[in-house]
Write a protein that binds this ligand. Structure first.
Ligand SMILES: Nc1ncnc2c1ncn2[C@@H]1O[C@H](COP(=O)(O)OP(=O)(O)O)[C@@H](O)[C@H]1O
Ligand SMILES: [Mg+2]
Length: 285
C-alpha cells in the first residue's frame, strides 16, 4: 500500500480544486487504489459530486474538529468499492466562523489521518481557497500537494503565493510536505492566454509541471447537474480522458519514486528531482 496523503490546494477559488480532487479520487479508485476523499472545504461541494443526501450523512469533518466522533465513525462508503469519503456538512456563515475557530488546533486532521492512513493507498484532501484554518490542517497532514492552476492571467500570482506558503509550512510544521506538481486546468486549446500561461509555468517550474493538462470542457459543468464526477458521468469526455491520464501519470510518478527509494537512491526530494525532465519545456514552448 502506498499510504500517501495528498492535498489539492490553491489560494484561489474556481480554479478546479474540487473538480480535480473528486476526479483524481475516483480515477484512483477505478485503478483499484484504495482511496479516501476528505472534503475539507467549509463550502462543502465535494460530497455533492456523489449526490449525498444530507439526511444520510452520519458524521463529517466538523465532528473531527469537535472531537465528537472518531475518524472511523465519519467515513462513508460510495458506489465505488475502492472509494470512501468523509463529507463536510453544508454550513452557514456563523457556523463557518465557529468552524474556522476550531481549526486553530492545527493537528486535528493529521491525528485523525494517522489512525487510518494504513488502510488506504491514497487519501485526497479538497482544500478551501484560502491559506489559513482548514488548509493549514490539510497541509500539515499531507505528504504531497497538487496545485491546480487555471489557465488565466492571475494564476501565476496564486502559484507564487502557494509556493511561499508551502515553504513556511515545511520550515515550521511539516518538513515532509512536497509539491507533487502543478496541474493546468480549464485549458483552452488555441487560445493565446492559455498558451502563454502554460509556457510561462513550464519556464518557471519545469520540474513541477504535470505532463497532462485538463482541457476546458462543458461536460464538467453538465456532470455537476447530475451529481456525478465527470469521469463517471461521461468517460469519453475530453476532461475525463485527461483526468484518467493524469491519474496514470501520478501513480507512475509515485511508483518510480518508491522504486528509487527502495533501490537506494535515498530520500530524493521531489522538488529537485528530474522525473518531469526538461523535455517538457521544449515540447510545450
Ligand atoms: N475542465 C473544466 N472545464 C470546464 N469547467 C470546469 C472544469 N473544471 C472545473 N470547471 C468548473 O469550474 C468551476 C470551478 O471549479 P471547482 O473545481 O469547483 O473549483 P475550486 O474548487 O477551485 O473552487 C465549477 O463550476 C466547475 O464545474
Ligand atoms: Mg472547491
Amino acid at each position: 500500500m502506498e499510504n500517501l496523503v495528498i492535498s489539492v490546494a490553491a489560494p484561489k477559488g474556481g480554479v478546479g480544486k474540487t473538480t480535480t480532487a473528486v476526479n483524481l479520487a475516483v480515477g484512483l479508485a477505478l485503478k483499484k487504489k484504495k482511496t479516501l476523499l476528505i472534503d475539507a472545504d467549509p463550502s462543502g461541494f465535494c460530497s455533492s459530486a456523489f449526490g449525498y443526501d444530507e439526511e444520510k450523512v452520519f458524521g463529517n469533518v466538523i465532528d473531527l474538529y469537535k472531537h465528537s466522533k472518531n475518524v472511523n465513525e465519519v467515513i462513508h462508503k460510495t458506489e465505488l468499492s475502492f472509494l470512501d469519503i468523509i463529507p463536510f456538512e453544508k454550513i452557514n456563515y456563523t457556523e463557518e466562523v465557529i468552524f474556522n475557530n476550531l481549526t486553530v488546533d492545527r493537528n486535528v486532521l493529521r491525528n485523525a489521518i494517522n489512525q487510518i492512513k494504513n488502510q488506504y493507498d491514497y487519501i485526497i484532501l479538497d482544500c478551501p481557497p484560502f491559506l489559513y484554518g482548514s488548509t493549514v490542517n490539510c497541509l500539515i497532514a499531507s505528504d504531497y500537494l497538487i496545485i491546480p492552476v487555471k489557465s488565466s492571467k492571475f494564476s501565476l500570482e496564486a502559484v507564487d503565493k502557494m509556493m511561499k506558503f508551502v515553504n513556511e509550512i515545511k520550515k515550521v510544521e511539516n518538513p515532509n510536505l512536497k509539491v507533487d506538481g502543478l496541474l493546468l486546468t480549464m485549458y483552452e486549446l488555441n487560445t493565446k492566454a492559455s498558451f502563454l500561461i502554460k509556457k510561462e509555468l513550464f519556464q518557471l517550474y519545469p520540474n513541477l509541471m504535470f505532463k497532462n493538462t485538463i482541457p476546458k470542457n462543458t461536460s464538467v459543468a453538465e456532470s455537476t447537474f447530475y451529481n456525478k464526477p465527470v469521469v463517471l458521468f461521461d468517460q469519453n469526455a475530453n476532461a475525463s480522458k485527461a483526468y484518467i491520464s493524469f491519474v496514470d501519470e501520478l501513480i507512475e510518478k509515485h511508483e518510480t519514486f518508491n522504486l528509487m527509494q527502495i533501490s537506494g537512491f535515498g530520500n530524493v526530494d521531489f522538488l529537485d528531482e528530474e522525473i518531469n525532465n526538461s523535455e517538457n519545456v521544449n515540447s510545450y514552448s
